[in-house]
Design a protein around this ligand. Structure first.
Ligand SMILES: [Fe+2]
Ligand SMILES: [Fe+2]
Length: 183
């Protein structure tokens, strides 16, 4: 009986820690990127699928959270603000990259979208050099030139990790693809 309650307590404490971590992340998000998350264009990324059933919106928030987790886990000193803003805007291409009927459809989306995201983000926000580097290099090694700052290395790693989970369907969302399956 005692062992069962100990197990229960452990589970509760783990859940509490996860909840606190999430709460702290959303506090950082509001503090450093409230303007981005509230903007219409960023909100519109809920309508585009990234991988599997995960919308671009959720993907970018997951990449930002994973980036913060990596920097804390490895004790890498970096600018939290630039890390979060760069991660949120790294896939700011603002279209459905799966839609073949789209004007300017690119077979090589993987190569071109960092440049498009950078152009879109620069139009709306005053980006720092680190934020530009994060967006431009997040597809490295596809984009040949390697990242030049710690923040960009962290985001490119977090992006690959999140993309893998999404592609293997280990992370599920409620985007168009899933609705289509269930509908
Ligand atoms: Fe990307
Ligand atoms: Fe991404």
């Amino acid at each position: 009986m005692k062992r069962k309650s100990e197990k229960y307590e452990k589970k509760i404490s783990k859940l509490r820690k996860e909840y606190e971590k999430k709460r702290e992340f959303y506090r950082l998000l509001r503090e450093h990127a409230g303007d981005i998350i509230k903007s219409d264009n960023f909100q519109s990324t809920r309508n585009y699928i990234q991988h599997g059933s995960i919308p671009v919106h959720r993907h970018c928030i997951d990449v930002a959270r994973q980036s913060i987790a990596i920097s804390q886990l490895l004790g890498i000193p970096c600018s939290e603000r630039e890390l979060i803003r760069g991660a949120l805007l790294h896939d700011y291409f603002l279209y459905d990259w799966h839609d073949r009927s789209r004007e300017n459809y690119q077979m090589l989306h993987g190569f071109y979208h960092p440049g498009i995201a950078l152009k879109n983000a620069s139009r709306e926000y005053k980006l720092t050099l680190r934020e530009k580097d994060i967006i431009k290099k997040h597809m490295w090694p596809l984009t040949v030139v390697p990242p030049r700052c710690r923040e960009a290395w962290i985001v490119t790693t977090a992006d690959k990790y999140c993309s893998l989970l999404e592609t293997l369907k280990l992370r599920r969302g409620v985007g168009k693809a899933r609705l289509r399956i269930s509908g």
